[in-house]
Design a protein around this ligand. Sequence first.
Ligand code: GLU
Length: 259
Amino acid sequence: MTVVIKIGTSNITHATGHLDIRHMEKLVKVLSDLKNAGHRIVLVSSGAIAMGVGKLGLAQRPADMPGKQAAAAVGQCELMYTYDKLFSEYNHTVAQILLTGSDVENDARREHFVNTMTRLLEMGALPIINENDTVATEEIAVGDNDSLGAIVACAIGADLLVLLSDIDGLYTADPRRDPSARLIDYVQTVTPEIEALAGAAGSGLAVGGMATKLKAAKMTGALGIEMVIANGSDPQLLYDILEGKNVGTRFGGNREAQK
Ligand code: GLU
């Protein structure tokens, strides 16, 4: 199957902005194995700004736009260098694609993107996508990689979008504050009641939160593409997710047909 996997900043970097080597290596190993098994894998990777912060030795994530863009320019190199090096160990070839919101809204550019993606997947490469942060101003930015993941999954007609981050899935309440919070394992449709469960989370060097994930679920759900939110701290979970097993929160699709 064709799977778009979005990995969050907190899964591959430490709070210092430096590479989380242990997690990155585990992720690359699992993705390489899934590719070896015949799946077409597309990675949407965050972490450029954080890794720029680490590499430039900044005390914190810059608050201003040029500062963030400069950090992303430095960090994106480091990010791709690391992916290239680690995937090469398993004989996989990566390709970098940087997009902005206006690229995917423009019909001609969107078509070029889809054609290139199709060709890359035919060639057996593993496309790694991020927002083109160095040029993405507020007006043209997608803004978060959950939405970017959904845009990519919809554009290429993927079978599944997996959003990996530092939370296990969608809960009935905020699990950090409410001990009675329960993980919801399946959501057929994102209703206003489901949307009301999303707090405006997202901390430290990361962007996004449950609200952007539910927005992504609405986009993919509209095209009948399944989506899973899961904790990226254990990339091995991807094996179960691709087999349709209960991990995190699964959205949309016809679950009965899979049993
Ligand atoms: N494009 C940003 C980065 O690579 C991350 C955006 C996001 O995580 O949603 O640092």
